[in-house]
Design a protein around this ligand. Sequence first.
Ligand code: G3H
Ligand code: 13P
Ligand code: ZN
Length: 315
Amino acid sequence: MIVTTKKLFAAAYGKYAIGAYNINNLEQAMGLFRGNIDSKAPFIIQISKGARSYTHKKMLEGLITSANEVFPDAIFAVHLDHGDEETCYDCINSGFYSSVMIDASHEPFDKNIEITRRVVDAAHAKGLVVEAELGMLGGVEEHVAVDESNALLTDPRQAREFVERSGCDSLAVAIGTSHGAFKFSGTQGLHFDVLADIQKELPGFPLVMHGSSSVPAEEVERINNAGGQLKGAKGVDDNQFLKAATLGVTKVNIDTDGRLVWTRVHREYFRDKPSEFDLRPVGKIFMGEYANFIAHKNEKLGSAGHLDEVRALVS
Ligand code: G3H
Ligand code: 13P
Ligand code: ZN
């Protein structure tokens, strides 16, 4: 069942966070649904602009529609990740998405508000909700490159003004994370002090944490042992998700960790079976491993086990 993130956030706020997972293909879709059903968790499917054009946007929509039939117990939102204005309108008008993210965080404050407001008006008119972003994450976003040292954390007071003026339904905040596998070069971590100040300014308002992959050391080691070169990769400690949830983070974005599962499974498989050329045996292994990965993340986020309770709230 496709629902809006608004309903999921109302159920989770202050207690746990909903996992928001990016997918691009069939194997990820199967693993994602299986992992969420196995762990009895509501979830968010994220589709990036790159994912929409990897094959064809209709292919992903078809996969999700089919998965909804194959897994009738699933409860999830379908969300555009890091949209520009044009892509937001395309998704709003498609009738398929339940929420969009407008990412104008690279624009000056007033311009970010102006663009976000336009998207909010268009989305609300069709019953969709909108995530916006204020502050800049380190690392590379789809159309924004920001050096880690220049990463701009979200200003709590600006956050309140931004939400009031833009009318957005949730806000992605920069609290020290970045996208990709190389988040921290030293002992840096999440800025819980900034997050607590944002929550004080916006009590009860759903906050979103991007760049939340944990880049497990053992995963990186296995990839490197099978021919990869990901030396120095480091992510967010997933034991900190629940603390973030108590401070208002209700959506946690994870993409890179899923890509690492794909890379590890395929590198090890073809290293150990050099004469293999059938794509299905390794695809099967990946789907199982991806499902386990999703279920594990949901345990860390605290969303595992909440499916029936959320069903009662949304139906
Ligand atoms: O934040 C970006 C997401 O990880 C999506 O990545 O644009 O390569 O699909 P992508
Ligand atoms: P990661 O690169 O840490 O998985 O972050 C994904 C993300 O923020 C998608 O919007
Ligand atoms: Zn992101």
